[in-house]
Ligand binder design. Structure first.
Ligand code: ADP
Length: 190
């Protein structure tokens, strides 16, 4: 069973590629961003708690997203592609624990890389169609990238040690990145 973490900065295309990989390899797509936006849209107590953090571009609390992933893992027997999780070292440690509890193991962690200015350009482009309030404001976009640098980038080192990390260039067209991703998945997972 494949369990893949797709890793990368806001705007790098994790969501798009996670959907494509989920389709191709018949995986469950777990996007913590989507799960949280769903909670906000439904006006649940959790949604009400996280809305202002998301609107500011802050990360929400580790316990919140870890709880969502635990619940989602309990609800499927399929392999999973994790998109936007883990985003802190604490979340990465919790994922190891949860996977063991659910009798799974991580197959690989794929980091998609692109230059910061390209990320900002893509988020601006996405803002026109996404209807996401955190995509619409330059300061909030910059703050999300700062959060990534400060809290999420250290997760790369966590996975480097385990030998599960592969980095690919995500600066080109969607189909080029997609080809590279599939090569990695085919190579890492037999
Ligand atoms: P992007 O990759 O463009 O930032 P996401 O949909 O992954 O978009 O995340 C949107 C927002 O949801 C984040 O800015 C953050 O507030 C919250 N969020 C999503 N995933 C996590 C996570 N694993 N930990 C903490 N906050 C998260």
């Amino acid at each position: 069973m494949k369990n893949i973490v797709l890793f990368g900065a806001p705007g790098v295309g994790k969501g798009t590629h996670a959907l494509l990989l989920a389709e191709k390899y018949d995986l469950e797509h777990f996007s913590t961003g989507e799960m949280l936006r769903q909670e906000v849209a439904e006006g649940t107590p959790l949604g009400l708690r996280v809305k202002s953090l998301m609107d500011k571009g802050d990360l929400v609390g580790d316990d919140v997203v870890i709880g969502l992933i635990d619940k989602a893992l309990s609800a499927t027997t399929k392999g999973v592609i994790f998109d936007g999780f883990p985003r802190t070292v604490q979340q990465a440690q919790a994922l190891d624990f949860l996977l063991a509890q659910h009798r799974r193991r991580l197959s690989c962690v794929i980091s998609i890389d692109a230059p910061q200015e390209e990320l900002v350009r893509r988020i601006h482009e996405r803002a026109a169609i996404s209807n996401r309030s955190d995509d619409a404001n330059e300061d909030i976009i910059r703050h999300r990238l700062e959060e990534y640098d400060a809290k999420t980038r250290p997760v790369v080192d966590y996975y480097k040690v385990s030998g599960l990390l592969v980095s690919i260039d995500g600066s080109g067209q969607i189909n080029q990145t997609s080809m590279r991703l599939c090569e990695v998945v085919d190579r890492m997972i037999r």
